[in-house]
Design a protein. Structure first.
Length: 364
C-alpha cells in the first residue's frame, strides 16, 4: 500500500490543480467546492497550464514543471486538455501525456460503476451488475509516439507508429491489477475475485505473446484470484451484451483508452466517469475520463459529477476515506433525486448541480 494511505490522521495535503481547457474550467471548480465542503485538510494551488496560456506565451509546461509537481504536491487534480485553436494538440500532449509519462504514472485506474439503473442504456441492468474497474497501462504502447513519416507528401509516403511493450512495463501493470483485486471490494462490500486480461494477441502476436506470458507468470503469485482472457473485440461485444461478469480488467494503453469510453456509456456517459493516474508512493494525478468537449464548453451544461467523483478518488488515495465517502454519497443522492445536468436526465446547470452536492455534503 501507498505510504500516504497508511497515515492515521491525514496531515495537510497539497493539491496542484490544473483545470485546463473547455469544460475542464467548469467542472473542476465544482470538484474543488465538493472537497472544501467535506472539510478535508487540503490546500489547493492552481496552475494555468492549457490552451490559453499556450496561445499567449507558447508555454505548455514551464521549465522544471513536472519535477515541481512531484516535489511540492501530494496529488494533482486535472480537468481536460484540447482546444480547437491548437490544431496540433501539442499542449495537451505535453501537459497530459507529459504528466503520465514523465512522472511515470503507470497505472490508469478507471472505475466503472452504475449508480442508478436509470443511467444505463442497457435493459434490465442494475447498479450491482456494473461495478468493475479497468486498469490501463499508462506509459507505453502506441502512446510513446515512436515512429515517423518518410517521403511525406509523395505517393510513396510511409507512416509508422510503434507499439512499445517492455517486460517491466507489462509486468508492473499486471501485478498492479492483481494487487488491486486483492485489496479492493465492490461497492456492496463483496470481495473482488477475478482479473481479466484483454489484448489482441491473435493478430498482434509479438506484443500479445509478451502480455500472455507475463499474465500467466504473475497469476501464479495470486492463486486465490481467478484469471480470464478476452480479445478486445470480443470484450466490447460482451460489455454491451452483458457487463455482469467484469471485475478487474487489465489492458494496454490504447485498448484501455477505447474500452473506458465504452464503459463510461454503461454508467451514464462520459460525464460520470472518474480516473486516477497512479504510481504508488509518488505524486499521482486524478482527472475525469472525459475531454474538453468544445461544443458544450462555456454553456454551464457539462456534467460535473465525473470530476467530483474523481476528487473523491483522489481523497481516498490520500487516506481521506471519510471525506471521499461523503462526496460519493452526495453524488449518489443527487443521481437518485435527479438533481443532475441534462445529459443524465436532470434539469440543473453545471454550477447548480455542483452547488447541490456541496450543500448536501455540508448538511451531513
Ligand atoms: P470529449 O470527452 O470531450 O467529448 C465526447 C462527447 O461526450 C461529446 O459529445 C461531449 O459533449 C460529451 N461529454 C464529455 N464530457 C461531458 C460532460 N462532463 N458532460 C456532458 N457531456 C460530456 O471527447 P472529444 O470530443 O473526442 O474530444 C474533445 C477534446 O478533448 C479533444 O481535443 C480531445 O483530444 C480532448 N480530450 C482530452 C482528454 C483529457 O484531457 N483527459 C480526454 C479526452 C479527450
Ligand atoms: C483519455 C484521453 C487521452 C488518451 C487523449 C486526450 C490523449 O482520451 O484520457 O482517455 O487517449 O489517453
Ligand atoms: Mn480517452
Amino acid at each position: 500500500m501507498d505510504q500516504k494511505q497508511n497515515a492515521q490522521k491525514p496531515s495537510l495535503k497539497r493539491i496542484a490543480v490544473i483545470a485546463g481547457d473547455g469544460i475542464g474550467q467548469e467542472v473542476i471548480p465544482q470538484a474543488l467546492n465538493a472537497v472544501r465542503a467535506t472539510g478535508a485538510n487540503v490546500e489547493f494551488s492552481e496552475f494555468d497550464w492549457g490552451a490559453d496560456r499556450f496561445l499567449r506565451d507558447r508555454t505548455t509546461v514551464p521549465p522544471d514543471g513536472f519535477a515541481m509537481l512531484g516535489r511540492d504536491f501530494d496529488a494533482i487534480l486535472a480537468g481536460a486538455f484540447g482546444d480547437p485553436r491548437v490544431k496540433t494538440n501539442i499542449h495537451a500532449k505535453e501537459i497530459l501525456l507529459g504528466m503520465r509519462f514523465k512522472m511515470d504514472l503507470y497505472a490508469n485506474v478507471r472505475p466503472v460503476r452504475l449508480l442508478d439503473a436509470a443511467l444505463c442504456p442497457l435493459k434490465g441492468v442494475e447498479p450491482k451488475d456494473v461495478d468493475f474497474v479497468v486498469i490501463r497501462e499508462n506509459t507505453e504502447g502506441v502512446y510513446t509516439d515512436a515512429g515517423g513519416v518518410f517521403k511525406q507528401g509523395t505517393p510513396d509516403e510511409i507512416a509508422t507508429q510503434e507499439d512499445i511493450n517492455t517486460r517491466k512495463g507489462v509486468e508492473r501493470i499486471i501485478r498492479y491489477a492483481f494487487e488491486y483485486c486483492e485489496r479492493h471490494t465492490k461497492l456492496d462490500g463483496s470481495p473482488r475475485h477475478r482479473v481479466l486480461m484483454c489484448d489482441k494477441s491473435n493478430a498482434m502476436t509479438h506484443a500479445g505473446g509478451l502480455w500472455q506470458r507475463v499474465f500467466k507468470e504473475v497469476a501464479t503469485d495470486f492463486p486465490q484470484i481467478e484469471t480470464q482472457h478476452m480479445y478486445v473485440d470480443a470484450l466490447c461485444l460482451q460489455m454491451v451484451r452483458d457487463p455482469r461478469g467484469f471485475d478487474v480488467v487489465v489492458t494496454n494503453n490504447m485498448f484501455g483508452d477505447i474500452i473506458t469510453d465504452l464503459a463510461a456509456a454503461l454508467q451514464g456517459g462520459l460525464g460520470m466517469a472518474a480516473s486516477g493516474n497512479i504510481h504508488p508512493g509518488k505524486t499521482s494525478m486524478f482527472e475525469p475520463v472525459h475531454g474538453s468537449a468544445p461544443p458544450i464548453a462555456g454553456k454551464n451544461i457539462a456534467n460535473p459529477f465525473g470530476a467530483i467523483l474523481t476528487s473523491a478518488m483522489m481523497l481516498a488515495h490520500l487516506g481521506m476515506t471519510a471525506e471521499a465517502d461523503k462526496i460519493e454519497a452526495a453524488v449518489l443522492e443527487a443521481v437518485r433525486h435527479q438533481r443532475t445536468t441534462q445529459d443524465i436526465g436532470g434539469a440543473l446547470g453545471t454550477r447548480e448541480a455542483g452547488e447541490w452536492i456541496s450543500k448536501k455534503i455540508n448538511a451531513r
